[in-house]
Design a protein around this ligand. Structure first.
Ligand code: HEC
Length: 110
């Protein structure tokens, strides 16, 4: 009879390493018998709930790249090099105060 595994323990016999085993059979030509190494070891099987995986964690740098690609790249270029009227943003943090940059970001991202 097959009992599907569950959270309630069940005995399996022979166990997962039971029954005919490695070691190989041996044949005795005088008696005509084939000897087979067999284990009769029961196992207890119990299912346990898998641990919940933590939600995907995004670093600040990865979030910045994602947001830049979505909101800024189309004008300021793939590598912030600038294009057309949109100036380069490379090194912008050295020449422009953070508060002003945040205003640009809010305006650009809507
Ligand atoms: C539709 C095109 C467009 C998009 C999209 C855009 N920008 Fe701009 N950005 C410009 C243009 C044109 C200028 C130059 C004129 C100005 O300052 O308004 C500029 C200027 C800037 C400046 C000032 C640069 C300087 O040298 O003073 C910053 C900083 C900036 N953008 C950041 C951003 C960021 C961050 C995003 C995305 C969140 C973004 N921009 C999206 C077109 C764009």
């Amino acid at each position: 009879m097959f009992l599907p595994p569950g959270k309630q323990s069940s005995v399996i016999f022979p166990g997962f390493d039971g029954g005919a085993e490695w070691g190989g059979p041996a044949y005795d030509p005088q008696s005509g018998l084939l000897y087979i190494n067999a284990n009769e070891m029961p196992w207890i099987l119990t299912m346990i709930a898998a641990k919940k995986r933590p939600d995907k964690v995004e670093t600040f740098a990865a979030a910045g790249e994602r947001l830049f690609a979505k909101n800024c790249m189309s004008c300021h270029g793939q590598n912030r090099e600038g294009a057309g009227n949109a100036p380069t943003l490379i090194g912008i943090e050295k020449s422009t105060p953070a508060a002003k940059l945040i205003r640009y970001c809010k305006r650009a991202a809507g």
